[in-house]
Ligand binder design. Structure first.
Ligand SMILES: NC(=O)c1ccc[n+]([C@@H]2O[C@H](COP(=O)([O-])OP(=O)(O)OC[C@H]3O[C@@H](n4cnc5c(N)ncnc54)[C@H](O)[C@@H]3O)[C@@H](O)[C@H]2O)c1
Length: 255
């Protein structure tokens, strides 16, 4: 019960890493506000998690690419629960592999809006509530922020922006006791990962190759990332702020 009665927002909580976070926080007694555009899976997960207890999850329809929608949804959570202790900025998209020549400025702006502007906006609107609880923000960035990724310049830049933002905001909010950290996963077995593989000629061998990039010979399970988000959201990490934790199964070793 490491999150008993505390309130956390998880963006993109209907699937993948976000769903992993929703399950982990609710299992630890948390009250989880799940933001997503996928109402069907979001509602279903919230019902399942609340039935299992001991915590609960509630679905809030929110398109994180719209700052006004985020402001409204954060306000709805505060009105429903009366407090906000944590924010997990997880919602994100990964466009198909594309060279810079093939990438339009419109698609660059869309990736930045969903992956980074949302992180900034949700943090901005949650900050007044987090100051009251001396709460936490965890930004789900990516190893691509520090290693790059071929034909993914827009995506990697959006993840790098989240990491730089983490460090700058940690300085600003630390004075009020609010901690801000980032998680940088390598490869996680999620719908996003499988959708990306499906765009390639041989999806099965692509997934096998990706699994082999980690020293364990497998991708992470979404809950393994969720448990690191939990660590960064509780007093277990009380002296950590502004850090990007590389949760990468050894993928960056032995270059
Ligand atoms: N899967 C990986 O290997 C991996 C690795 C590193 C970082 N990440 C990061 O983790 C985060 C989650 O990735 P995932 O693999 O779980 O993705 P996913 O596609 O499996 O799940 C993402 C969830 O976000 C939701 N979402 C998408 N756009 C949204 C929007 N505009 N508003 C609200 N919700 C929206 C989707 O409906 C979905 O439920 C992303 O930020 C991604 O960059 C993933």
């Amino acid at each position: 019960m490491r999150y008993a009665d505390k309130v956390v927002i998880v963006t993109g909580g209907a699937a993948g890493i976000g769903a992993g976070c929703v399950r982990v926080f609710a299992r630890e007694g948390g009250r989880v506000a799940l933001f997503d555009i996928d109402a069907e899976h979001g509602e279903a997960l919230a019902r399942e998690v609340s039935a299992a207890g001991p915590g609960q999850a509630r679905f809030f329809h929110c398109d994180v690419s719209r700052a006004d929608d985020l402001e409204r949804a954060v306000g709805d959570v505060a009105a429903a629960f009366g407090r906000i202790d944590g924010l997990i900025n997880n919602a994100g998209i990964h466009p198909p592999a594309q060279s810079i020549d093939e990438t339009s400025i419109d698609s660059l702006e869309q990736v930045l809006r969903v992956n980074f502007v949302s992180t900034f906006a949700a943090s901005k609107h949650a900050a007044p509530w987090l100051r009251r609880t001396r709460g936490t923000i965890v930004n789900v960035s990516s190893m691509t922020a520090v290693l790059g990724q071929e034909h993914s310049a827009a995506y990697a830049a959006s993840k790098g922006a989240q990491l730089s933002f983490t460090k700058a905001l940690a300085l600003e909010l630390g004075r009020d006791g609010v901690r801000v950290n980032a998680v940088l996963p390598s490869n996680v077995d999620t719908p996003l990962m499988r959708a990306w593989a499906a765009t390639l000629d041989d999806p099965e061998s692509a997934l096998e190759r990706v699994a082999g990039l980690q020293v364990f010979g497998r991708m992470a399970d979404p809950e393994e990332i969720g448990r690191v988000c939990l660590f960064l959201s509780t007093d277990d990490s009380s002296f950590m702020t502004g850090q990007g934790l590389e949760v990468e199964g050894g993928a960056s070793l032995d270059y």
